[in-house]
Design a protein around this ligand. Structure first.
Ligand SMILES: [Zn+2]
Length: 214
């Protein structure tokens, strides 16, 4: 941030109720917290309270509502250093998992991934008597797969890098959607017939969610 913010001579030129911060329209600020590193303090119109978020590859951000001074937000942020450290540690693990995944991902080219996924989908479809209409291999950022009203199945090409058990789980999940379109009790019961413990696998899949971003 500009050094002139610390220059008190500027402040005296303006009425006392007019803060230096408001005058210079400070929208963001970076501060360093020992053991945490650099954090970004940013004005936010949406924030109702001071809010700290730790995001993968982006680090710590403190959203500061209008009406709260950056100085106050900084004091608050510093008091939450331990919380930040804990969450950063978790985030670093996810980042590492993501890096490992990305490196392996390069090894499987899209064409090979497509072949592998389509073959396995057809195997499972025939084996369990769950026919589908068409299959699309896409590069989605938010989901591993989906099944349309017309029983067209879309699979994420990144799926090819998941453990076999999870690949099968997702494929069977989508194949069962050809019978049950929602996530009702009936759906999970049906899916359990093919995968054993669907909820457990669904939870395990959550550990890989991070890998979708790319
Ligand atoms: Zn589903």
């Amino acid at each position: 941030m500009p050094d002139d913010l610390a220059d008190n001579s500027n402040e005296r030129c303006y009425p006392p109720w007019f803060s230096r911060e408001a005058f210079f329209k400070v929208r963001s600020n970076k501060i360093k917290i020992q053991g945490v590193g650099e954090i970004l303090m940013e004005r936010s119109r949406r924030a109702k309270h001071i809010r700290i978020t730790v995001r993968p590859f982006k680090g710590v951000r403190v959203a500061v509502p209008f009406g709260v001074s950056l100085a106050r937000a900084e004091t608050f942020a510093r008091s939450k250093a331990e919380w930040m450290k804990k969450h950063l540690c978790k985030m670093h693990q996810l980042e590492q998992a993501h890096k490992t995944f990305s490196e392996n991902y390069i090894k499987i080219d899209k064409a090979t991934a497509k072949k592998k996924l389509v073959n396995r989908l057809n195997e499972l479809s025939e084996q369990h008597g769950l026919p589908y209409n068409r299959v699309f291999i896409r590069n989605q950022k938010t989901r591993w797969g989906s099944c349309s009203a017309k029983d067209n199945i879309s699979l994420n090409c990144k799926l090819a890098n998941l453990p076999e058990e999870l690949i099968d789980y997702i494929m069977l999940h989508e194949l069962v959607h050809t019978r049950v379109k929602n996530h009702s009790k009936k759906f999970w019961q049906e899916l359990n017939k093919f995968v054993g413990n669907a909820r457990k696998l669904d939870k395990r899949l959550n550990e890989y969610r991070m890998l979708l971003i790319d």
